[in-house]
Design a protein around this ligand. Structure first.
Ligand code: HPA
Length: 241
């Protein structure tokens, strides 16, 4: 079974034989019930990160419960969908991107399972935050489906929910970041703590602040995401053959 985490404007996926399963974990309830079903030949556990009615902002997501809930289903890996802003020129609006690195700028989030006196302290290796084999699987799927997928990007994860200032984006760029989103961490780190392979599949939904003269609006982000959704679905289906 493969875990899929849906993000902003990526909250629907038609799964065959789908059913809902409400679960809870020792870290609390995940953002929504899991939707279990089939995509291609793969069993899928789908979870909406922001809840089924998109009411949970990035800093209030219970990332620990979400990752624990998927891990407890026995998923072999998690593909996390992330809507992001594009910083560097190759990250054009509408492109699908497979980041290979991240920088965590978030704060104040419950970011570790090492949080009780009885748990051993883990210092997991996070040199490569995304799972190599899962990334290769997505790249091979893109190739077989004839889809463009940008191979490699540094994913800046910021606190939100507001968007950045132009100066903040310039700083992210100087730090070496290519794309910016709000939900990639602590998700990736928590998956690593539980030993669950994890990859982020990002969709560039707007030029980051200061990278275009146009104001960033939710309407425009929704339009870009709607236009990208069929490609995303084709890619996920190819990944599940
Ligand atoms: N910045 C941060 N998060 C985002 C953006 C952005 O420009 N677009 C979508 N998520």
């Amino acid at each position: 079974m493969l875990g899929l985490i849906g993000g902003t404007a990526l909250e629907r996926l038609a799964l065959a034989d789908s059913r809902q399963r409400s679960v809870t974990t020792s870290w609390g309830a995940p953002s929504a019930p899991l939707t279990l079903g089939r995509l291609g030949t793969a069993q899928i556990a789908w979870l909406n990160r922001h809840g089924d009615s998109h009411s949970i902002p990035p800093h209030r997501v219970n990332y620990r419960a979400n990752i624990a809930a998927l891990a407890e289903q026995g998923v072999e890996g998690i593909i996390a969908l992330n809507a992001v802003g594009g910083i560097t020129p190759a990250m054009t609006t509408g492109s699908l991107v497979l980041p290979h690195q991240l920088i965590d700028y978030t704060w104040g989030r419950e970011h570790s399972f090492c949080d009780t006196d009885s748990e051993p302290v883990l210092h997991v290796d996070f040199t490569d935050p995304y799972d190599r084999a899962l990334r290769q699987r997505l790249l091979a799927a893109a190739l077989s489906a004839g889809l463009e997928l940008v191979d490699g990007a540094v994913h800046a994860v910021v606190q939100g929910p507001r968007l950045e200032t132009a100066a903040e984006v310039l700083r992210l760029e100087r730090d070496g970041c290519d794309i910016v989103g709000m939900t990639g961490m602590p998700e990736a780190g928590l998956a690593r703590e539980l030993g669950v392979p994890y990859a982020s599949l990002a969709v560039v939904v707007n030029p980051a602040a200061g990278k275009s003269k146009a104001e960033i609006t939710l309407e425009e982000i929704g339009r870009v995401m709607a236009a990208a959704a069929p490609r995303l679905l084709t890619l996920l289906e190819a990944c599940c053959q």
